[in-house]
Design a protein around this ligand. Structure first.
Ligand SMILES: Cc1ncc(COP(=O)(O)O)c(C=O)c1O
Length: 450
């Protein structure tokens, strides 16, 4: 193929491509063309260090030949058959078996999807379906403020990222979804401080279930660590407490591990940090590290047996549920994550990064807080440390931070006033030092843009 000029490509992009979360026709003026490890390369040959693993999904890093070969071999053998109506194929069976080896105990039955939104949508349908024959009034789904669970109508109805920025133009949403304050300690909705708060945000779940009527609530969903909002990790007591509340109040607990799964937080799944097993767990992103779209929902034995006992078909499915090529990629991806102990590396580099951020970044006058779990790290900038005021021009400033980072060879994910670090889990200390060296002067210069 003749080498295309960057400007020509961008012109075609502006004419034909609709981008997510960008104005129509808006491009960043860069065309990525190749990548390897933690490095991205554009059509002009410029290199960027990928400090976000793109959409926090490229866990094993870019360009891994083993996964590319596994995909090629699967394509050469069987590119597609369906998993509808009890049909099956070798790769998808082996993928389910492999996944069962690494998911928390009790979560060993899987439905496969093409990504995270489909996985969460499926989780909601399973939760409602589970109660349908037993306690048909139980249908409400409770989720957290600042959460992100996807963009399809059901998942969007559970999402509250940016307090409605994502759903304002799409109403009315699906009935039966409601939100409660999240475990965002730095800006506690109850004005309390950890640990004196005694995890009021978890207790508020019990209050809400009681107020709504426990006979009406089907499930509670939360991200194990809030990701798209800018990486907010819960206090250690949070998940055990909501687990207890859900068990006692007959509400299904759904852990959204779409972003936090597959080694990202320093454990294979983030709920393992707190010894919690949810009833339903959603997964995507790191399951194939972005080499091909794939996702999964895990359900526990109790839900599985209840649905099985009905002797009726599970009336749900996507054409690409259990796609054999996705399955082959997932198997190889899981082998790499486990075999190369990438969760341990995420824990080690994450801890190192957090220490450096606390020492070198927190003293910067506009940095309000740094927090993280493994390689899900958030840095919050503020106009004033004492009042924690968010600059009025926050979205403009975030764009400027990203643009400056790109100029300096850093691909950076910023949401509102939270700058995040979530590189591929193969990153080493030297590469992280490079990221921090580029980032520090940019963040120190933020007040110029207030
Ligand atoms: C926690 C969480 N849930 C669900 C989703 C939706 O996944 P997808 O974009 O693959 O549909 C995302 C995507 O960022 C996510 O972070």
């Amino acid at each position: 193929m003749k080498k295309l000029k960057t400007e020509e490509l961008l012109e075609w992009d502006r004419s034909h491509l609709i981008h997510s979360m960008a104005a129509m026709g808006a491009t960043r003026g860069i065309v990525f063309d190749s990548a390897e490890g933690v490095i991205l390369r554009d059509t002009e040959g410029k290199e960027y260090i990928d400090s976000s693993a793109q959409m926090v999904n490229v866990n094993i890093g870019h360009g891994r030949k083993e996964v590319i070969e596994a995909i090629g071999e699967q394509l050469a053998k069987l590119q597609y058959t369906t998993t509808y109506w009890g049909f099956t194929n070798t790769a998808t069976i082996l993928c389910a078996k492999k996944l069962a080896e690494i998911t928390p105990s009790g979560l060993k039955h899987f439905f496969f999807t093409s990504g995270g939104s489909e996985a969460v949508e499926t989780a909601f349908k399973i939760a409602r379906n589970y109660w349908h024959a037993k306690k048909p009034e139980k249908h409400k789904i409770i989720s957290l403020y600042n959460s992100f669970h996807g963009v399809s109508f059901g998942t969007l109805s559970a999402t509250s990222l940016g307090m409605g920025r994502l759903w304002k133009s799409y109403g009315p949403l699906v009935p039966g979804f409601l939100h409660i304050p999240s475990y965002y300690c730095y800006r506690c909705a109850f004005g309390l401080e950890y640990p004196g708060c005694r995890i009021k945000c978890a207790d508020f779940l019990a209050e809400t279930i009681e107020n709504e009527g426990r006979e009406s609530v089907a499930g509670f969903i939360a991200e194990s660590v809030q990701g798209p909002m800018g990486m907010i990790n819960p206090p250690p007591e949070y998940w055990p407490k909501v687990r207890q509340i859900c068990s006692e109040m007959d509400v299904l607990l759904i852990a959204d591990e779409v972003m936090s799964g597959f080694g990202r937080t320093g454990k294979l799944f983030a709920v393992e940090h707190w010894g919690v097993v949810p009833d339903i767990m959603t997964m995507a992103k790191g399951i194939t590290s972005g080499y091909i779209p794939f996702g999964a929902v895990a359900i526990n034995d109790e839900i599985y047996r209840e649905l099985q006992s009905r002797q009726t078909p599970f009336s749900h499915g996507f054409t690409y549920s259990g796609h054999p090529v996705g399955a082959a990629a997932a198997i190889k991806d899981m082998e790499i994550i486990v075999g190369e102990r990438l969760a341990e590396n995420a824990a080690r580099i994450g801890e190192y990064t957090l220490k450096r951020l606390q020492k070198d970044f927190l003293p910067i006058p506009c940095i309000g807080e740094v927090n993280g779990l493994g390689l899900m790290i958030g840095i919050e900038y503020v106009e004033d440390k004492k009042s924690k005021a968010i600059p009025k021009k926050v979205w403009e400033i975030s764009q400027k931070i990203q643009d400056r980072a790109l100029q300096d060879g850093l691909f950076l994910r910023v949401y509102g006033n939270r700058v995040t670090l979530s590189p591929p889990l193969i990153i080493n200390q030297e590469q992280m030092d490079r990221i921090l060296a580029i980032l520090k002067p940019i963040l120190a210069g933020i007040p110029e843009w207030f």
